[in-house]
Design a protein. Structure first.
Length: 328
């Protein structure tokens, strides 16, 4: 008999909180429960949690009204927005001794991150040789966030009786939800939110580059008051297409010149609040001559709940990716 495993993904935005509980039976991963609720204005900002009581109340409502089955997993994986983190590829001497490795990375990172290193949480990933590294240097992808934001999230989750099992970036979660483990070609993922859009280049399971632009679905179509449906009236998609395409061009140029000149971006995948809108994929593909598709959030899961429409599903991509962390 297969062991049943469950995992909880919590996507905390500035205006909406979403949760997904996934269940794994054998090799099949399916949605056990999900929900979304609005977060009161100014409860959470880039400076951290402003109104902890309001956030706790929102989270309790999120859990209480989740369905179709009650949430019973207590270990949470949540994500930080690209706006809340700093990431950059640095280089350190390849001959750095193991005992000096951590201090060397942190020292080098301190030269770039926009806040004091003592007030930061820093993680890193060793990367394969890039277009700019030499035989004497080792490329490192650093990911840093303000310690206060991390501590605020940890404290809130603990207050609610849950354990913060993992904390990672939303672009990583997005990639996990939208890319099959067997895929290794470079892909560019576009995650369109309400006010910001994140473009990430992923290859071999690593998010090499993420950039954020201040344009989103609020500039394309008015947001509905209800979260029961993600369907919204179509509008002038070019409002978002032009700055988005400019950002994609710059991201690809940086990737080719600084990270990997041998492999070109093979495909663009669109996700998030505007993914169901017609023609955005066609506009990007025709302009850039790169295959472009609306991403599939069920790439690594089975959709087994009748009230999760395709339009709504795209809004849960990050939460799905977070919950998948310990199930894939």
């Amino acid at each position: 008999m297969f062991k049943e495993n469950k995992s909880l993904g919590l996507d905390i935005g500035y205006d909406v909180m979403r949760i997904v509980e996934l269940k794994k039976n054998g090799s099949v991963i399916s949605i056990h429960s999900f929900n979304a609720v609005k977060i009161p204005k100014d409860t959470l900002t880039k400076d951290g949690i402003i109104d902890k009581k309001a956030l706790v109340k929102t989270f309790n409502e999120l859990i209480a009204k989740a369905g179709p089955k009650p949430i019973d997993c207590k270990n949470i994986t949540t994500g930080l927005s690209e706006i809340d983190i700093f990431s950059k590829i640095i280089e350190i001497p390849r001959k750095t001794k193991k005992k000096d490795f951590k201090n060397t990375v942190i020292f080098k990172a301190s030269e770039s991150i926009p806040w004091p290193v003592d007030d930061s949480c820093i993680d890193w990933i060793e990367l394969p040789p890039s277009a700019t590294t030499t035989k004497d240097t080792l490329p490192i992808l650093i990911i840093a966030s303000a310690k206060k934001i991390v501590e605020d999230i940890q404290s809130t989750v603990s207050t609610l009786g849950y354990k913060l099992f993992n904390l990672e970036t939303k672009p990583i979660a997005n990639a996990r939800a939208l890319i099959a483990p067997s895929e290794n070609k470079p892909l560019l993922i576009v995650d369109i939110g309400a006010d910001h859009t994140i473009c990430s280049i992923v290859a071999d399971g690593v998010v090499y580059l993420s950039t954020s632009i201040a344009v989103g679905s609020n500039q394309v179509a008015p947001q509905q008051e209800t979260l029961a449906s993600a369907q919204q009236p179509a509008n002038d998609i070019n409002t978002i297409a032009k700055p988005l395409i400019e950002n994609i061009i710059q991201s690809i140029k940086y990737y080719q010149e600084r990270i990997n000149s041998q492999k070109k971006v093979a495909e663009v995948r669109i996700s998030g609040a505007v993914a169901p809108y017609p023609n955005l994929d066609k506009i990007i593909q025709q302009t850039l001559n790169i295959p472009t598709v609306v991403a599939n959030p069920t790439t690594n899961i089975k959709l087994n709940v009748s009230n999760m429409t395709p339009e709504l599903l795209h809004l849960y991509t990050v939460a799905i990716g977070l919950a998948l962390r310990d199930l894939l």
